[in-house]
Design a protein around this ligand. Structure first.
Ligand code: FMN
Length: 346
């Protein structure tokens, strides 16, 4: 899918570091490391986060592709070191002689990748699944997204996000109380958020092939964030309850320019940006690791038990929205590089 701007990430939740290699950035882009770090900080914040976030204070190290503050056209490598690795060196060791079952577990955690992942990759120790399926990897994705945002900013494209719902609560001033209540009960909450990108050119994406539609590409990039269960563009989630007359955004002329009075389409028509604000909404499911653990099965002896608990968030919707901003930024940069290819910018 990523033809012009692509990246690969690696790293385990309690491994030494998370890494990303980004390819396709033009040379001459100012890389503001403080901005990348401020995005990483945003991902770590939000009410309802667990103990891990007080251990980590993520900062990025750039090890290639940037010289004197600017990209030079070669692949850009980003690294985030896991501070918690200090306590996990033996458990996460790459050496066969260090093998240990400390921190191993065999009871599948419902709502996680444990069951399917252990069958797919033939793991007896579910730690091997947890370590990469964990949302810890979204830290490095936020760093990549921050670099993408720097390029978008160069073209005047910016974004905002807001939380629309936490659990069943839609009143912003009650979000914290709702999270506190869930925490007291040993429970967790999901929620809904909205991301808006402004100042996009008309015609990013395409209608010519099924896999070129910008709505589809954005949906894939947001849906694959751990725990995201639905994605919609504009008023998409309500589209079935609104008649055609009220749903579609009529077109007018104001001072010789095309204008709209509504934006139910969320800035995409026919798989392409139409010049209106791009609005993406997504729903995150409740965090699946619970202090009052869920029923499950222990794969070791095939007996019923309760799920393994490891330090966990009560609610991570705010962090999830930061990850979604980053993923969308990467999709948009790819589209911009497809439409306006540039080896360098000035
Ligand atoms: C930013 C963020 C933080 C998360 N924190 C936790 C957590 O602390 N504990 C947990 O059990 N799940 C957490 N999750 C959710 C799991 O990663 C997710 O439910 C799991 O990977 C399965 O996701 P799936 O819906 O893709 O199957 C978090 C997700 C995100 C995006």
């Amino acid at each position: 899918m990523f033809e012009k701007f692509r990246f690969l990430t690696s790293g385990e939740s309690h491994g030494k570091c998370l890494t990303a290699i980004i390819e396709g950035l033009p040379s001459g882009l100012n890389i503001d490391v403080e901005f990348i770090n401020s995005e990483l900080k945003r991902r770590q914040q939000g009410y309802g986060r667990g103990g891990r976030m007080s251990i980590e204070s993520d900062t990025v190290e750039i090890t290639s592709g940037v010289r004197f503050g600017k990209t030079i056209g070669s692949p850009v490598t980003l690294v985030i070191y896991n501070k918690d690795y200090e306590n996990w060196q033996k458990i996460m060791s790459i050496k066969p002689e260090d093998e240990t079952d400390e921190k191993s577990f065999t009871a599948y955690r419902p709502g996680h990748a444990d069951y399917a992942g252990s069958i797919k990759y033939n793991h007896k120790d579910l730690r091997n699944v947890l370590e990469r399926s964990s949302a810890r990897k979204t830290a490095i994705e936020v760093a990549v997204g921050a670099v993408a945002k720097l390029l978008l900013k160069h073209y005047g494209i910016t974004c905002t996000s807001k939380i629309l719902q936490i659990g069943s609560c839609k009143a912003e001033d009650e979000f914290r109380t709702e999270i506190d209540r869930a925490k007291e009960l040993g429970d967790t909450l999901g929620g809904k958020f909205e991301i808006t990108y402004v100042n996009l050119p008309v015609g990013l994406g395409s209608y010519v092939h099924w896999d070129r539609g910008l709505d589809g590409r954005i949906a894939q990039s947001v849906m694959s964030i751990p725990a995201v269960k639905s994605v919609s563009i504009g008023d998409g989630e309500n589209a079935c309850g609104i008649s055609g007359k009220d749903f579609h955004d009529e077109i007018f002329i104001e001072n010789g320019k095309i204008t709209r009075k509504t934006n139910h389409a969320g800035g995409i028509e026919g798989g392409m940006t139409n010049g209106e604000e791009l609005v993406v909404r997504a729903v995150m499911k409740p965090i699946p690791t619970l202090k009052t653990p869920l029923a499950t099965v222990d794969s070791k002896n095939m007996t019923e038990t309760t799920a393994h608990f490891e330090r966990s968030d009560t609610c991570a919707v705010e962090a999830c929205s930061v990850v979604a901003e980053a993923r969308i930024a990467c999709v948009l940069v790819n589209e911009i590089m497809l439409k306006y290819p540039a080896d360098y910018i000035e």
